[in-house]
Design a protein around this ligand. Sequence first.
Ligand SMILES: Cc1ncc(COP(=O)(O)O)c(C=O)c1O
Length: 394
Amino acid sequence: MNKLPELRLAHRMARLGTETAFEVLVKARALEAQGRDIVHLEIGEPDFDTPRNIIDAGVDALQKGFTHYGPSAGLPPLREAIAQYVSETRRVDVTPDEVVVVPGGKPIIFFSILAPCDRGDEVIYPNPGFPIYESMINYVGAKAVPIRLREEKDFRFDVDEFAALITDRTKLIILNSPQNPTGGVLEKKDIEGIARAIGDRNIIVLSDEIYSRLIFEGEHHSIISSHGFQDRTILLDGFSKTYAMTGWRMGYGVMRADLAAHISRLMINSNSCTASFTQMAGIEALRGPQDSVDAMCAKFKERRDIMVAGLNTIKGFSCRLPKGAFYVFPNVKQTGWPSKKLADAILNEAGVAALSGTAFGEYGEGYLRFSIANSIENIEKALDRVGTWAAKNL
Ligand SMILES: Cc1ncc(COP(=O)(O)O)c(C=O)c1O
């Protein structure tokens, strides 16, 4: 039998992280294959179907021949629709040449870190936070500087603590509101404080606003609307969460036009373009009726209330009410169990798949993340199972 030759990877591959949700999903599926019944609260995608009008627009585009390559920065009518949407929702003046359409929100994270950051540059990012930020910062050889999100501040950060992290080497600052994994939402005064702390320094802000339409209390605020910040902000938004389009793969970045040209060059080098029929469906998503977005948001709010109230009755768990996105992030420190061990036990022994807070960085220790992108029936089943398990084992 031939032995495989040694696999010789580049050193930088050792610095690339991952997104644990996909790994836990595989583990949960393996348990299901053994006949176990698992409630899936690990994965961050809406359980709703893409609205019918958007599917019809996609099918129609396929029939009409939108099956070819398109411009790397996106089809002009979609860039136009996005420019208009962002201008209206963020009260700024965006032109289509400031928009780059990409396959999902993730490539904007990848490109926004890849394009400006050299080895040794510092990047401030939320922790606990979406794991791809830290993974990519490390991958490009930049220095990852975590800003701790604080439970006592409803998982926003302390602006003075943030200001103290900014140095002459800070190249990029990543903000995410509404936030994954905590559901925290930055308030107007937070954005003003952050803008003041950055001042007129030449630092790029990547503002990940992929959950901007999933807000239960208050309003969405973006730093791109702050005076003097439009030219220093890369706004990330997309279709995956708002329109339940995770599998269509489409998101976008809004940024100054010269930077957009460089990000388009990264698109040419990696994906060529986003699928053309997907983009035609995106125009319908933005310009068509929005009632399904509101209905989905109302459903998430109802589930959030049930989940949080239920978790707060479980021994060792205490949970704040998240203001946005579709996750709850209970504090489990009173259980005395490390988060990862607790998440594993809940999966293996109670049949509920959740994520350890540490999947989102070091400051996630002492927390679990449950996605509420599942039916009320399943959420109640999960609460019952975790509660019974906790009463027996804690
Ligand atoms: C904070 C955040 N940003 C970006 C993304 C990526 O979204 P997409 O599936 O559109 O690539 C996610 C997905 O979970 C997310 O939670």
